[in-house]
Design a protein around this ligand. Structure first.
Ligand SMILES: Nc1ncnc2c1ncn2[C@@H]1O[C@H](COP(=O)(O)OP(=O)(O)OP(=O)(O)O)[C@@H](O)[C@H]1O
Length: 255
């Protein structure tokens, strides 16, 4: 992990006069997992959506290997979009498609590969993510943890350079949560992509992150390693981490 693959500079975004991102600066190093944390509604998903081009900034820049997204020609932006995948919380699997067909979908949509190559690529991911037994099943016939594994296979099948994860473990129990986090970490080592992830699984998710960035008040107010964020006495960080613990305790108490 060394230079920044993606750089976000002074990014601003308002919705109906309400400024959500107020000058976000963030460097995402190549390789490794960069984690974005922050309170609910701070704009973490909005930030990810700018990187995949689903939202356009009011001002500021997103650089990919030093090149500005807005300055790129259409063809170049298209190629870049094909080199990224995402696993977003609301991007569920298609119920009417089998696991195999769900994984094949990005290849059918984003590439011109023939049936033989598609089958080979899908089967490779199915084998590596140990999904063989469920390949012919429909999403409703498999567990939530298995569905996340399928969603990960779908994100990986185009062999992307960057994968964005928006709360990839939402709705899973603690054991399955940790299973999915380990799977993401192992897949990253095997396939070598750069990951940018939004997660509330604190502190569990720290063990797989190389870098942590805290979004607060529309800006990144802390960047560092997991060890650094746990050790800092910056009030904005300690308040946030203490709040997370309370939420966890409340949820456990309510369960
Ligand atoms: N397309 C949109 N139009 C209007 N407002 C939006 C839009 N997208 C996001 N917002 C607003 O931007 C703010 C930030 O939303 P966002 O989903 O990024 O928060 P978040 O930090 O990801 O929260 P959570 O942790 O709860 O998922 C919210 O107030 C949301 O209502």
């Amino acid at each position: 992990m060394n230079h920044a693959l993606i750089e976000i500079k002074n990014l601003r975004k308002s919705f109906q006069g309400q400024e959500v991102l107020r000058g976000v600066d963030l460097a995402v190093p190549e390789g490794g997992i960069t984690l974005i944390i922050g309170k609910s509604g701070e704009g973490k998903s909005v930030l990810l959506k700018h990187i995949v081009g689903l939202l356009r900034p009011d001002s500021g820049e997103i650089l990919f290997q030093g090149r500005s997204l807005t300055g790129m020609r259409r063809a170049e932006r298209g190629a870049l979009a094909r080199s990224m995948s995402f696993m977003f919380q609301n991007m569920a699997l298609f119920d009417s498609l089998t696991v195999f067909e769900n994984i094949a979908l990005p290849l059918r949509e984003k590439t011109r590969q023939g049936e033989k190559e598609i089958t080979a690529r899908v089967m490779d991911k199915i084998e590596r993510l140990e999904l063989g037994v469920v390949a012919g099943k429909y999403p409703s016939q498999i567990s939530g943890g298995m569905q996340k594994r399928v969603a990960l296979a779908r994100a990986l099948v185009t062999e992307p350079r960057v994968i964005l994860f928006d709360e990839p473990t939402t709705g899973l129990d603690p054991i399955r949560k940790n299973g999915v986090l380990s799977l993401i970490s192992q897949s990253r080592q095997t396939f070598g992509f750069t990951a940018l992830m939004v997660s509330h699984d604190i502190p569990d998710v720290f063990r797989i992150a190389a870098k942590v960035a805290l979004l607060d008040g529309g800006r990144i107010v802390f960047e560092g390693t997991p060890e650094e964020i746990l050790a800092t006495d910056m009030p904005v960080v300690t308040r946030f981490l203490a709040g997370q613990e309370e939420t966890e305790t409340d949820l456990e108490g309510a369960a």
